[in-house]
Design a protein around this ligand. Structure first.
Ligand SMILES: Cc1cc2nc3c(=O)[nH]c(=O)nc-3n(C[C@H](O)[C@H](O)[C@H](O)COP(=O)(O)OP(=O)(O)OC[C@H]3O[C@@H](n4cnc5c(N)ncnc54)[C@H](O)[C@@H]3O)c2cc1C
Length: 449
């Protein structure tokens, strides 16, 4: 493969955010921009939340919140057109649901990526780092992306859609990797374990991912027993009100973005249980029924410990020992187990790639405009868009499918507003640009003229 390439727009991560952007570029942008856009993905395929692609799980949003429908219901990239093209439309209609299986959303995303005709998608291309490129006047003119294989891609526009990083509470960091599985790694890691051992599994967390792992692990490790440890007073359904669900409309992003800090904080606090801290009612019911039946026959395979913090974790010969602190009494006890499954969600911080890029740019804080463009100091003829990580400024739907279609068109429009006034970055045949690294100042002049 060529060691250095130049594209106009590079999108890093082929998740829903950047696939929606690729579709918007094909449908809304001039063909020369779409043709000069490249989407790279570190895996060999597209998969939606690969680690938790459990066959029985359903999406929690309507199929109408797909990559395109809310911005253009006539687009050929709709979920309905996908169903039609895989010959499952009648059956889906007959199923009578708004919430497809997670696996079919995943398949839809791969189908959409395969259906792109102008924007290119390349798999097995992990991005290792991104640096800014400045001209001799200190103007930010582009980005230099270094891939895991050592090759580089220069671009004027960049869209980072790499998802959020797993939240691994510090107390678990002392455990060896082989005893700890975060939900993002659940399926590949659990499939490597020998099935017949009588593991005792601790599942940490009290929301959807933890509950899904608790349910799944009983089939995946058929001889295991499992203990769920949570800080909350017990499992809860996620809140669902048609009134507050209106706050997931793409049109609500403006209202949230323009709200006072206190109001933003109230929105996020009150909406927390609609997305983060609750379970799908069917799963909650299934788990309660299982507990009830186990009590009935006097043989408990699963157990729940509520209002409890894990305050320590260590190995004792071949066993994991978790120190549990009861929030009601302050009492401390031990839970001995073989494996810990973490349903502890995602870290609120920006992804590593973005943090490193911002330190190379010497930014005091990482923030984006309403159009998701990273705010940089000083003059720039290049732009970087951040997708799925702007909950604090763009609202709770930012990391979800709900706003994807509209966000992709807003980013495309922002690029199209800038683009005509920009000069070509550098002439064909010129040396590849150099990027600033975090240790160099963003004011230092490097690279192309
Ligand atoms: C278990 C689970 C269930 C969910 N269910 C729902 C739901 O029902 N409804 C909903 O709206 N939202 C749901 N979500 C939220 C989810 O975050 C969004 O639906 C959506 O996946 C976000 O898309 P994204 O493209 O921003 O990020 P992601 O989907 O995380 O995609 C990021 C992509 O970037 C790739 N990548 C990462 N790093 C690199 C790199 N360095 N180089 C190249 N590629 C890279 C990854 O492999 C991945 O393909 C769920 C999340 C989880 C964890």
């Amino acid at each position: 493969m060529t060691r250095h390439r130049d594209v106009e727009l590079l999108a890093v991560g082929a998740g829903p955010s950047n696939i929606a952007l690729a579709v918007a570029l094909e449908e809304l942008a001039p063909v020369d921009l779409a043709r000069n856009s490249l989407l790279i993905e570190r895996s060999e395929t597209v998969a939606w939340q690969r680690g938790m692609l459990l066959p029985w799980t359903q999406a929690q949003v309507s199929f109408l919140k797909d990559l395109v429908t809310l911005r253009d219901p006539r687009s050929k990239f709709s979920f309905l057109n996908y169903l039609h093209s895989v010959d499952r439309l009648n059956e889906f209609v007959n199923l009578g649901t708004f919430t497809p299986y997670r696996t079919e959303i995943s398949d839809y995303l791969q189908w959409a990526a395969n259906t792109l005709s102008t924007v290119r998608v390349e798999y097995g291309r992990g991005c290792a780092s991104i640096g800014p490129v400045m001209d001799s006047n200190g103007v930010l003119t582009g980005w230099l992306t270094r891939l895991a294989d050592g090759s580089t891609i220069a671009s004027r526009f960049l869209s980072i859609g790499v998802g959020r990083e797993p939240n691994i509470p510090e107390v678990f960091l002392r455990l060896p990797d082989r005893r700890l599985i975060h939900s993002t790694q659940y399926l590949p890691r659990i499939s490597e374990m020998s099935k017949d051992l009588p593991y005792h599994v601790a599942v940490i967390g009290g929301a959807q991912s933890a509950a899904e792992m608790l349910y799944s692990v009983q089939q995946d490790l058929p001889s295991c027993r499992a203990t769920m440890v949570m800080r909350s007073i017990g499992l809860n359904n996620y809140e669902h009100s048609k009134f507050t669900n209106e706050l997931y409309y793409p049109s609500f992003t403006d209202e949230f973005y323009n709200a006072l800090p206190g109001a933003r904080e109230q929105f996020l606090r009150e909406l927390h249980r609609t997305n983060y801290a609750g379970l799908n009612p069917a799963l909650l019911d299934a788990l309660y029924r299982q507990l009830y039946q186990e009590r009935l026959v006097g043989k408990q395979r699963i157990q729940m410990i509520t209002m409890t913090d894990v305050t320590g974790a260590r190995m004792d010969s071949d066993e994991v020992v978790l120190e549990l602190t009861d929030r009601k009494t302050g009492g401390v006890s031990e839970l001995r187990c073989d494996l810990v499954l973490l349903g502890t969600g995602f870290a609120p911080r920006m992804p590593r790639l973005v943090r490193h890029l911002s330190s190379a740019l010497r930014l005091d804080r990482i923030a984006v405009t309403r159009q998701y463009r990273l705010i940089v100091d000083g003059p720039a003829t290049a732009a970087c868009y951040l997708q799925g990580v702007n909950e604090a400024t763009h609202g709770i739907a930012d990391s979800l499918l709900s706003v994807l279609a509209k966000r992709a068109s807003e980013i495309t429009e922002d690029i199209l507003t800038w683009r005509p006034s920009l000069q070509p970055r550098h002439q064909p045949g010129q040396q590849p640009p150099s990027a600033l690294t975090p240790s160099q100042g963003a004011t230092q002049v490097l690279g192309i003229s």
